[in-house]
Design a protein around this ligand. Structure first.
Ligand code: SAH
Length: 353
């Protein structure tokens, strides 16, 4: 059977060195050999755990923020409730449960999930358990109407390119075949238009990353929100502006080299939130730590309400989950959220302009 490594070595033999973006896209989403296309990687028994898998509180508070933004914008009907990269569907299931009591919200909503993995589409179908879900391959296939959008750890899975500063130009880091093995090598120095804003804040041999797909998606989401109304909440790890190599591979909760297990490890890079903000034609909020966002929306009160019904191991798990989602030494500070909203409206609750 052809492995992902064989496939990549054949591809490089045929076309020459490939960019990191080509490498990531193949490893994650190749139709028969890709990481996401062939498995459910989430949870304790899988490779990594995400915020919605830690506690229902994450999705509940996001649901209430989106529903309040919908109310603040005059309860447009119909509207799209959409998620990109929904994993097991846990976040959307929690959003739907938390918004059930919001008058008119479910009646006006059209549920859309943007998901590339057939395996995860089946999981989402089972978890969300509704007959009215539309799955799409890409955001540009969404119908034109107000868009209330969420994504958690989706943008970090989009393919990046890496460049090393060399004088006034940049050398791209590429994947090559070296003695039958995959290796990294730098291409020749050339000016790169997309990096002209990074000449002033970098020096020779600094490494910077760009994610062309992320900027394109942010522009698409923001254009819809500015034109039709709505809001987007985008959660991920990263910072306002990235510097340095953030490409990371994870397998069974351990960090490994990005070339060690192609197609069998998760590959991610930190999100450069400035690039999302620059790309959107809508208003955007200040970049906010996940812990701050969740505290503002009342996660501690919600945890206390849940705790009153629990004891023993369940209570310990709840306390640990609250800490994991919010504490600065856990996910509270590393993970951030940015919101998009129409220029004529107020930011979604939990965020400020
Ligand atoms: N949001 C979930 C899962 C994060 S993992 C959670 O927080 O648990 C990344 C998700 O994005 C997976 O569902 C993966 O299949 C999906 N994905 C990755 N790249 C994609 C792409 N280009 N288009 C659509 N879905 C993608």
């Amino acid at each position: 059977m052809t492995t992902m490594r064989d496939h990549l070595l054949n591809r490089i033999a045929a076309t020459g060195p490939i960019t990191l973006a080509d490498y990531m896209a193949d490893c994650l989403l190749h139709p028969t050999l890709g990481y996401y296309t062939t498995r459910d990687p989430l949870g304790a028994a899988g490779d990594f755990t995400t915020a919605p898998e830690i506690s229902q509180m994450f999705g509940e508070l996001i649901g209430l923020s989106l529903a309040q933004a919908w109310i603040d914008q005059g309860q447009p009907a119909p509207f799209l409730l959409a998620e990109a990269g929904p994993g097991r569907g846990t976040l959307m299931a929690d959003i739907l449960r938390a918004t059930r009591a919001v008058p008119g919200f479910h009646a006006a909503m059209q549920l859309h999930l943007i998901e590339a993995s057939p395996v995860l589409r089946v999981k989402q179908h089972d978890t969300i358990a509704r007959s009215d879900i539309t799955w799409l391959d890409s955001i540009d296939a969404l119908p034109d109407m107000p868009l209330f959008f969420v994504a958690n750890e989706f943008f970090d899975a989009l393919p990046i390119r890496q460049f090393v500063r060399d004088g006034a130009g940049w050398r791209e880091k590429r994947v090559v075949a070296d003695d039958g093995k995959l290796a990294f090598a730098l291409g020749g120095a050339a000016p790169v238009a997309a990096l002209s804003h990074r000449v002033a804040d970098t020096k020779d041999s600094d490494l910077v990353e760009i994610c062309p797909a992320a900027a394109g998606l942010a522009a698409e989401i923001g254009q819809r929100i500015e034109t039709h109304g709505g809001a987007a909440l985008i959660f991920d790890y990263g910072d306002w502006r990235s510097l340095g190599d953030t490409l990371q591979a994870v397998q069974t909760h351990e960090t490994i080299g990005p070339l060690d297990a192609p197609g069998n490890s998760d590959l991610t890079a930190h999100v450069d939130f400035e690039a999302l903000a620059t790309a959107t034609p809508s208003a955007y909020t200040r970049l906010t730590a996940q812990g701050v966002f969740l505290e503002r929306l009342g996660i501690t009160a919600r945890a206390q309400a849940l705790a009153s019904k629990l004891a023993g191991k369940d209570l310990e798990n709840l306390i640990a989950a609250h800490r994991r989602l919010t504490h600065p030494q856990e996910m509270g500070t590393l993970f951030k959220v940015i919101g998009f909203y129409p220029k004529s409206q107020t930011p979604p609750p939990g965020l400020d302009s």
